[in-house]
Write a protein that binds this ligand. Structure first.
Ligand code: MN
Ligand code: MN
Length: 468
């Protein structure tokens, strides 16, 4: 014993033995930083290249097929180690690796969502006002509208033409592309606007996207700037104005995901929520070779507007897949679900020291402390939450501990400060044990969000452990 080290007092010993604080992962395990950076390089590429649900599904199909997955055939016979996937309308996808145990002993499920808050184009978006052409938008999901002005934006999605052919749209991502832009007032003229409440700083009908300022060169034409934009679109995509009614066009932040922080410990990107769980979930699915239990990895759409629609998690597409799986394995659907354990993989609000007063420090999750297990989400007394049981918490924490995953607990802000929900409530409604496990995010739902690379990596490790 060196001279500086003193023997611990009885109280200090008891403190070591009886109290608990989640450690900073990198302090305890310095080697994690480099491992996390390695894991997150492909994650950053994924963020940059698969920005909206359709692009994520395409990315997932490519990766799954590369890894030997085939399209699920309810009539085929599958054995342990076989890998299949089901593509729901190009906007949601389910992947499975068959396990060693029979389906009647239960399955392991992991559900993340691949839609993110954004601005959608309205069905008749293009108009001209006072010599400027614009797209009208309707925002999607819970966002703070004032954050979306004066930043470079990109357009992603599809347009169906009258003849049924489909045009893929992706404008604003290539460095040589033009970007889209929403204006705001200059401070010199903002005295009146400054008096608006922050939530009203930019209003829904002010989220208008500038798309042109040059008129079609012919005298006497009405809306000649709009016409010029249509000429450009017609030349590039072969579309006319009527085709917008058959389109799904989403506006998100232009440009790639970037390292953030001088220590490069963080990633700044649009739409971490919830691709930051979807990517580790997909990788854990692919990396599961001979799992004990059959896996069901769901990357779903429409979580941000309530898991609605036939590509949202509360649609029968999930139940039908599970039913097919049970029938195919010759077991009762009900028995299979009763024994299922599911992670609802979604982000949580990381404690933000700058805005500390909305968090309860003892029950918040923190950057760099690993994956966050949320027993409940919801608002106003846990409404809209599934509130995982102590038994479910035991099972999931035990899985994390066995694989030495850094995990922490979390809550979405102080009681009655706000709140939010996830897909967990709908999974629980199917008689499945479920708990939320995901990545802490700073500035969730902002055009650019921040996550810690270590938390992303620990979340991957958590999902891997879950599928062992
Ligand atoms: Mn989410
Ligand atoms: Mn969200």
């Amino acid at each position: 014993m060196s001279s500086e080290e003193k023997e611990k007092t009885k109280g200090q010993e008891l403190q070591d033995k009886l109290t608990w604080k989640f450690p900073l992962a990198a302090k305890e395990s310095p080697e994690l930083a480099a491992e996390a950076i390695r894991f997150c390089e492909p994650y950053k590429d994924f963020l940059t290249n698969a920005k909206i649900e359709r692009e994520v599904v395409r990315y997932a199909v490519d990766k799954l097929e590369e890894a030997g997955y085939t399209v699920f055939d309810p009539a085929a016979h599958y054995k342990s180690g076989d890998k299949v996937y089901y593509n729901n309308r190009g906007k949601a996808i389910i992947a499975t690796t068959f396990g060693k145990r029979p389906l009647s002993e239960g399955i392991r499920m992991n559900a993340a969502h691949i839609d993110s808050p954004r601005l959608d184009l309205k069905p008749s978006p293009l108009y001209e006002k006072d010599g400027v052409a614009y797209f009208k938008t309707h925002y999607y999901g819970g966002l703070r509208k004032y954050q979306w002005a004066t930043i470079p934006l990109a357009l992603h999605g599809v347009i169906y033409k009258k003849d049924g052919s489909c045009v893929d749209v992706r404008i604003g991502e290539d460095p040589s592309d033009p970007v889209l832009y929403i204006s705001d007032l200059l401070p010199h003229l903002a005295a009146k606007q400054n008096g608006r409440r922050l939530g009203d700083g930019i209003r829904g009908e002010e989220l208008n996207i500038i798309v042109g300022s040059v008129p079609y060169p012919e005298d006497g034409l009405k809306d000649a700037v709009k016409l010029n934009v249509l000429c450009i679109l017609n030349e590039k995509f072969g579309i006319t104005e009527a085709d917008f009614a058959r389109a799904e066009l989403e506006v998100t932040v232009a440009g790639p995901a970037r390292d953030a922080g001088l220590d490069r410990s963080l990633i700044a990107s649009a739409g971490h929520d919830d691709r930051v769980c979807a990517f580790p979930a997909l990788m854990a699915e692919i990396d599961s070779k001979e799992p004990e239990y059959t896996t069901v990895t769901i990357l779903t759409d429409k979580e941000e507007i309530g898991s609605v629609g036939n590509t949202g998690l509360n649609s029968d597409y999930v139940r039908h897949y599970l039913e097919y799986l049970a029938e195919n394995g010759g077991v009762s659907y009900k028995d299979m679900l009763k024994g299922a354990l599911c992670l609802s993989s979604d982000v949580s609000a990381a404690y933000d020291p700058t805005f500390a007063d909305v968090y309860e420090p003892g029950n918040s999750c923190y950057l760099g402390k690993g994956t966050v297990i949320m027993k409940y989400t919801g608002a106003r007394g846990k409404s809209g939450s599934s509130d995982a049981s102590a038994e479910t918490m035991y099972r999931v924490i035990d899985i994390m501990d066995r694989d030495k995953v850094y995990w922490q607990t979390g809550e979405l802000g102080k009681v009655d400060e706000g709140g939010g929900g996830t897909v967990a409530q709908f999974i629980a409604g199917m008689n499945i044990d479920v708990v939320d496990v995901g990545v802490p995010v700073i500035s969730m739902h902002a055009p650019i969000e921040i996550v810690s690379k270590i938390d992303v990596y620990e979340t991957y490790k958590a999902y891997r452990a879950f599928y062992k």
